[in-house]
Design a protein around this ligand. Structure first.
Ligand code: GRF
Length: 220
């Protein structure tokens, strides 16, 4: 089995990155981590990746006059490391069309909401403010418009009346750590194709589960 070589892009603590690194440690996983690249040299995730024995690179976006030369360096580094697939994991830079097109259908992102609901920042605060009952996270292919693109996997949880943005974020983050490796495994294993801008997953699937929230009352 030839494993896909993955480049992970981070900007921060890198907990999703660690979930991908862990998954790739399994000998039968169809991907391996070639490099972790951060646009912030101080990102805690760089140390975590290095401690896990992964090659790391810092490319400080502030050293570049604009996005395009920064992205050319980023692209060059990904090529230098023989990367087949890019996984954005808490990568907080907007990407221009040139970079997005070069990695079209080969770049994934994780977002902490059930897209297309709540794109952008502060998703947990907004979920609570807007009174949504079901919230979650999404892994999707990257397109030019932020937080859009064919959806590969999602996970959902009910929102409790006493949830805060922090309690909700913690619950969603645990789900992120489950679905990102899952989605990467599906894509790297060749089980996902894109048709008419939808991701079609051909791997065997179970029976869809229904989440009703708040739960049905048993005495009605
Ligand atoms: C995650 O919630 C991810 O969905 C979002 O940014 C956060 C990154 O966290 N894009 P981490 O760096 O993976 O811990």
């Amino acid at each position: 089995m030839s494993r896909k070589r993955v480049g992970i892009l981070i900007s921060g603590r890198g907990s999703n990155m660690m979930s991908l690194i862990e998954a790739c440690r399994k000998p039968d996983f169809p991907a391996e981590i070639a490099v972790v690249i951060s646009n912030r040299p101080e990102a805690a995730g760089l140390e975590r990746a290095a401690a896990a024995g992964i090659k790391t690179v810092a490319i400080d976006h502030k050293q570049f006059a604009s996005r395009v030369p920064f992205e050319m360096r980023l692209h060059g580094s990904l090529l230098d490391h023989g990367v087949d697939l890019v996984c954005n994991a808490g990568f907080m830079r907007l990407l221009t069309g040139g970079f997005v097109d070069r990695w079209r259908d080969r770049q994934l992102n994780i977002h902490p909401s059930l897209l297309p609901a709540l794109p952008g920042l502060d998703t947990h605060v907004r979920a609570i403010d807007q009174g949504v009952m079901i919230h979650g996270c999404t892994v999707h292919f990257v397109r030019l418009e932020m937080d859009t693109g064919p959806i590969v996997a999602q996970a959902a949880t009910g929102v409790m009346p006493d949830d805060t943005a922090d309690t909700l974020a913690a619950r969603v983050l645990a789900m992120e750590h489950a679905i990102y490796p899952h989605a990467l495994g599906l894509v790297a294993g060749g089980h996902v194709r894109i048709e008419h801008e939808k991701a079609i997953v051909s791997a065997p699937v179970g029976v869809p589960q229904t989440l009703i929230w708040p739960p049905l009352l048993t005495n009605h």
